[in-house]
Design a protein around this ligand. Sequence first.
Ligand code: GLY
Length: 214
Amino acid sequence: MAEKAAEYHAALDAVLELGYCALTEGANGMDVVVQCLTALENDPHFNAGKGAVFNDQGVVELDASVMDGATLKAGAVAGLQHVKNPAKLARLVMDSTVHVLLMSDGAEAFAKVQGQEFVDNEYFLTPRRKEQYQRWEANKKNGTVGVVVLDREGNVYAGTSTGGMMGKKYGRVGDVPIIGAGTYADNQGAAVSCTGHGEYSIRNNVAFQINARM
Ligand code: GLY
């Protein structure tokens, strides 16, 4: 519907403007990735953070990742149910641990130590998603959010955040927190953030393959 499309374009334009202004002022590219992903997670239009799809138990489980193309450092989180902004936590995994991927309860325990904002799972639920869940539309578009950045120094960065797929199996992890599947950044190639049916991106290592071809 044209009216709905205009609403989505306006939301995307606002985030694009936010990132572009920050980069123009010389902001760090990773700061911009996380700032833009956070804005998208807080916007109920998208399948990330508030407004994310439900799993087969009617609960929201969130995945996110970020990657720095200059250093190949990366951070990711999977299966979060209470952390308001998974992208911020993915960045903390990258910056404050020796690991790349933390999941579910362990990731949330880490979030607590890092002082991240917690919300009830109901915070993420929106009337639109409740309705979709009731209909459980198998062919629904995903609406995962992604941000890729090229900063003034020529470094590239990527980040992705999602609720996954409507009706996914409890515990299912998609491509988004798998570095090389849903997210990849390398100054030698490209910054990539994928959307779509994550199992295909995992099987084909899509983000890395696109980078390698670039
Ligand atoms: N690409 C989002 C997902 O499959 O989880």
